[in-house]
Design a protein around this ligand. Structure first.
Ligand SMILES: Cc1ncc(COP(=O)(O)O)c(C=O)c1O
Length: 393
């Protein structure tokens, strides 16, 4: 039985990440895991907060609640109520419980939302650098992904968006704080994006939707709240996941909240329907209930900030340019060689693993995840320094 040609091609295109993973396995087997500095994966290293384990323990002792049965596909009504209040308190927008659909992580929320809004051939704009999975999520639902090139400093490429919006544009997909570069969009940029999309929608005579994917918003290094682009535009969706903030990506819990000012009243019903028919059915029951005492909590901001600083020092000493990350656990430096895959080969010679920027829409860069131990950071930065010395003796 042949593979789907689309999936076969997509797997081939994404082969760099797989190749890095395989190289890492090879190196670990040959030299021992402690000799390999693997910065390729964005997998939280910290334990979830203590309250998470307590909540699970409490839930495991409950009987007779019916909580493990099928439920409304959008999620438990009391959880949707609490999450709507949390979205409002976070300053995103005044979400209503009926516009909140619980999801299987941010990945589930994005897929259910794209499925609900896209017609075949509809375009979705992605702002470089973008999360590597976006093109696949968009293609899953017959959409066409359009890359808006990055601007220096990795802000919102407003001019590029203006140029790229056209008759087939269904949505713009943004991610702040950003994976892979750690940039947090400013309030001013978010407001300008809202104005731009409002004008574009008026010009087209229909709404261009904004999907704002924000799973790192509770891992910002500064004390100021992270602005949400969804606050500044009524036809928007706020997508969030507790994967990163609570260090629980394996447990799969997220949400999409629809702005109360959106032009189409059936969107929540549509996303509830796609959640069901994509086969998610509903977000995991135990995770929904475990969230109730955890809303507004996060783990690791200080630790990730310290790691970001250590990595920043190492990169600067090595003479590598980068935009300073403001949140999350990634940095997206400029490759010292124009072809980043060639530089990445030099890093592999020093047993350092990172991911090429081309998968994020930015060739000539590479992504380094600092969701790793402090020992890996110390050893890895020294190894990157050695690679640079060999490059520029
Ligand atoms: C920007 C971004 N969006 C979405 C996701 C998917 O998150 P989840 O594990 O909640 O599906 C990730 C995960 O790395 C991400 O970095």
């Amino acid at each position: 039985m042949p593979l789907s040609p689309q999936i076969s091609a997509a797997m081939e295109g994404a082969s760099w990440i797989r190749r890095m993973f395989e190289r890492g396995q090879e190196l670990r087997q040959k030299h021992g895991a402690d000799k390999v500095y693997d910065f390729s994966l964005g997998n939280p290293v910290l334990d979830p907060p203590e309250e998470f384990f307590q909540a699970l323990g409490d839930l495991a002792r409950e009987r007779g609640t019916g909580h493990h049965r099928y439920m409304p596909n959008a999620g438990f009504p009391d959880v949707r109520e609490a999450v709507a209040a949390w979205v409002k308190k976070a300053g995103v927008f005044a979400a209503r419980a009926r516009d909140v659909v619980m999801s299987v992580g941010a990945g589930g929320a994005l897929n259910a939302t794209l499925k609900a809004i896209l017609a075949p051939g509809d375009e979705v704009l992605m702002l470089a650098p973008f999360f590597v999975e976006y093109p696949f999520y968009i293609a899953n639902h017959g959409g066409v992904s359009v890359t808006v090139p990055a601007v220096p400093g990795f802000g919102i490429p407003l001019e590029g968006i203006e140029k790229a919006v056209g008759p087939r544009t269904a949505a713009v997909l943004v991610n702040t704080p950003n994976n892979p570069c750690g940039r947090v969009y400013t309030e001013r940029e978010c407001r300008a994006l809202g104005e731009l999309l409002r004008a574009a929608s008026q010009g087209l005579g229909r709404a261009v939707y904004l999907l704002s994917d924000e799973p790192y918003r509770d891992l910002a290094f500064g004390d100021r709240p992270v602005p949400s682009p969804a606050s500044y535009y009524e036809n928007s969706f706020f997508v969030y996941s507790w994967s990163k903030a609570l260090s629980i990506p394996g447990d799969r819990i997220g949400v999409v909240a629809i702005h109360p000012g959106v032009d189409e009243p059936r969107l929540a019903d549509a996303i509830t329907f796609t959640t069901r028919t994509l086969g998610f059915v509903n977000a995991p029951a135990t995770m929904q209930r475990a969230l109730l005492p955890l809303l507004g909590k996060s783990v690791g901001r200080a630790e990730y900030r310290a790691k970001a600083e250590a990595v920043g020092r190492g990169l600067r000493e090595a003479g590598i340019e980068f935009v300073t990350p403001e949140a999350g656990f990634y940095v997206f430096p400029k490759s010292p060689l124009p072809d980043e895959t060639k530089f990445i080969e030099r890093l592999v010679d020093e047993m350092v693993l990172v991911v090429p920027g081309r998968g994020f829409g930015c060739p000539g860069h590479f992504r380094l995840s600092f969701a790793v131990s402090d020992e890996t950071i110390a050893g890895g930065m020294a190894a990157i320094g050695r690679a640079m010395k060999k490059l520029r003796p």
